[in-house]
Design a protein around this ligand. Structure first.
Ligand SMILES: Cc1cc2nc3c(=O)[nH]c(=O)nc-3n(C[C@H](O)[C@H](O)[C@H](O)COP(=O)(O)O)c2cc1C
Length: 186
């Protein structure tokens, strides 16, 4: 029987297994991917986030953030973002690109309602995240539904890199190719 990393479909199945586990399991590597965006100045920026949803059938990912954070401003300029996961036990790097839609207000009411009270304070920091402050406590956290943003990512492509003992395998899967894979030189 072949190993999952020996076939293109096996690799893609493992990518989605990792992403799905990241949503459900706080200790899974895909729980905390790095989200990269491009600033209005055209500069790269990356930060850790929590993966809140990953749906293979819809090819989408979901991240929650403060509407006033820098990443939201960046996504207004350039909605394409990259997500990165290193699943060390599986020896698997996952890279994907997604077109992010910023959802707020009534559209995200059901998601907001499901967020525990203790976590809602992450959305609604005053002054806005990233603002210089006089000392380490010179800010307030107050749950603010109007500051809650859902970044809804429509995945355009996924790249998987597996570091095998004798062979490194790299595959690109594209949405516009019906998620068929293409081997790449690693
Ligand atoms: C483990 C971890 C998880 C995080 N999860 C999120 C998250 O889900 N959403 C978010 O907006 N920021 C999250 N952050 C904070 C971001 O990394 C970042 O500092 C913040 O969002 C400001 O980024 P920005 O100025 O680029 O918008 C997390 C940070 C860490 C260390």
């Amino acid at each position: 029987m072949s190993e999952w990393f020996e076939t293109q479909t096996g690799m893609l199945d493992e990518v989605w297994r990792q992403l799905t586990r990241g949503v459900a399991d706080a200790k899974a590597p895909a729980r905390h991917p790095v989200l990269a965006t491009v600033s209005a100045d055209g500069l790269p920026e990356a930060r850790t986030v929590v993966l809140r949803a990953a749906e293979r059938s819809a090819a989408r990912i979901e991240i929650h953030t403060d509407l006033n954070s820098a990443k939201v401003a960046s996504l207004h300029h350039q909605p394409m973002a990259a997500l990165h996961v290193w699943a060390s036990k599986a020896h698997l790097q996952i890279r994907l690109a997604a077109r992010m839609t910023i959802r707020t207000g009534d559209e995200v009411e059901r998601i907001w309602a499901a967020i525990p009270e203790a976590s809602r304070g992450n959305y609604g920091v005053t002054p806005a995240p990233g603002t210089p402050i006089a000392d380490d406590r010179a800010f307030a956290r107050a749950p603010d539904r109007s500051a809650f943003a859902v970044l809804d990512g429509q995945i355009q492509w996924i790249e998987a890199l597996h570091l095998g003992r004798d062979l490194h395998r790299r595959v690109l899967y594209r949405a516009d190719a019906g998620w068929s894979g293409q081997w790449l030189a690693p």
